[in-house]
Design a protein around this ligand. Structure first.
Ligand SMILES: C[S@@+](CC[C@H](N)C(=O)[O-])C[C@H]1O[C@@H](n2cnc3c(N)ncnc32)[C@H](O)[C@@H]1O
Length: 344
């Protein structure tokens, strides 16, 4: 249900949770703090003051914050249907909200970004246990990932954000998508994420404790991590490790080390140390092939790791084979026909 005054509700949960859950670094958008100090303005057609929500037109301003045509190297047969589906939903949403907007260059801007973030996590076959159903969108912008990630009746989509303007616009967008929608701001005491209730969930960052353990198939962080302080990034990586299923995907798209306005942290190193393995990173030219580099990390699954580690038996077998080779095959002739379990 749409809250008539979502900004008020946001400030209420902020005040209610302040002493118990909120730390300054948890609710900070360090890149924007720095931008403000540098007195850089985005202009009147784009979002500006992130501490305030000024009404539905803020959604359009955020949509304008895709200011250029982006590159694409994925096949059009894969991308175009996703762009069309995304456009259909966005048209319906704005119609519902009574906002007139003609989506200039949609297919090369918002539509393409939405299509990329739907296509990359599904680009290649994976075992059935890694199929994506339950997802988290960390730092959800105006909520655009819900467009393609919340439509299936099998999916749970959870958006996490901490910034007043972003949270309010996301609420507006999510409540217009026609899916079941549960917002912590509307019902903080009754908020519970459950497979019995598919749909869209909306949660402030500081209540990450309400994300269930081993529950999610994917966490998305698109153009976010490099804009936040390293204390927050470290904390959220630990939490994402807790809430992802073994083998679950951490999908990141940003400009890596080329653009990190909020800190010098080596995020890749921290991911590896926290129990993630890099599965996919295309060898592409940043921005001329694609906007940002998409990466797929996986939470280490002990079954995968163990199955690829030689056990004591395997090590002894190799030793016996080496000794057999030194003896010119005499060892095998004397003690048996060799190991039948030798991998082909
Ligand atoms: C550049 S935008 C990217 C938005 C979105 N992922 C996209 O690709 O369209 C960065 C997002 O991070 C969010 N953000 C900033 N500080 C945050 C925090 N402390 N916790 C969670 N999200 C935060 C902002 O509100 C915004 O939604």
């Amino acid at each position: 249900m749409m809250e008539p005054d979502i900004q008020q509700k946001f400030f209420e949960i902020f005040a209610r949770d302040k002493a118990r859950y909120i730390k300054k670094w948890l609710v900070s958008w360090d890149y924007q703090v720095k931008r403000k100090k540098r007195k850089i303005s985005y202009g009147s057609e784009q979002p500006e003051d992130f501490d305030r929500y000024n009404g539905p037109n803020d959604l359009i301003k955020w949509m304008n914050w895709f200011p250029k045509d982006y590159a694409n190297y994925l096949p059009e047969s894969l991308i175009n249907p996703l762009i069309e589906e995304s456009l259909k939903h966005d048209r319906e949403i704005l119609l519902k909200l009574g906002i007139k907007h003609d989506f200039p260059n949609y297919s090369k801007r918002i539509g393409l970004n939405n299509a990329h973030d739907a296509a990359f996590p599904n680009l290649y076959p994976v075992p059935e246990r890694n199929r994506i159903r339950n997802v988290i969108d960390f730092g959800a912008g105006y909520g655009r990932q819900a467009n393609l990630w919340s439509q299936s009746n099998e999916n749970i989509y959870v958006a996490l954000d901490a910034i007043p303007k972003s949270y309010a616009i996301q609420h507006l967008y999510f409540s217009s998508l026609g899916r079941p929608f549960y917002d912590y701001a509307s019902n903080p005491d009754g908020f519970r994420i459950s497979n019995e209730k598919k749909g869209i969930y909306h949660l402030p960052t500081w209540r990450y404790d309400l994300l269930p353990d081993n529950f999610f198939d994917m966490v998305m962080a698109v153009q976010v991590l490099r804009e936040l302080n390293s204390t927050l990034v470290r904390k959220m990586i630990q939490e994402f490790h807790r809430v992802l299923k073994p083998g679950g995907m951490f999908y990141i798209r940003d400009h890596g080390d080329v653009w990190k306005p909020a800190g010098k942290m080596n995020i890749d190193k921290y991911l590896i140390a926290s129990g993630f393995t890099l599965e996919f990173k295309p060898h592409i030219i940043l921005d001329s092939d694609l906007h940002g580099i998409p990466r797929i990390w996986r939470k280490n699954d002990p079954r995968v790791i163990d199955s690829q580690k030689p056990d004591l038996k395997g090590k002894l077998r190799t030793l016996a084979e080496d000794l057999d080779a030194i003896s010119g095959g005499r060892l095998r002739k004397t003690f048996g026909k060799g190991n039948k379990r030798e991998p082909k």
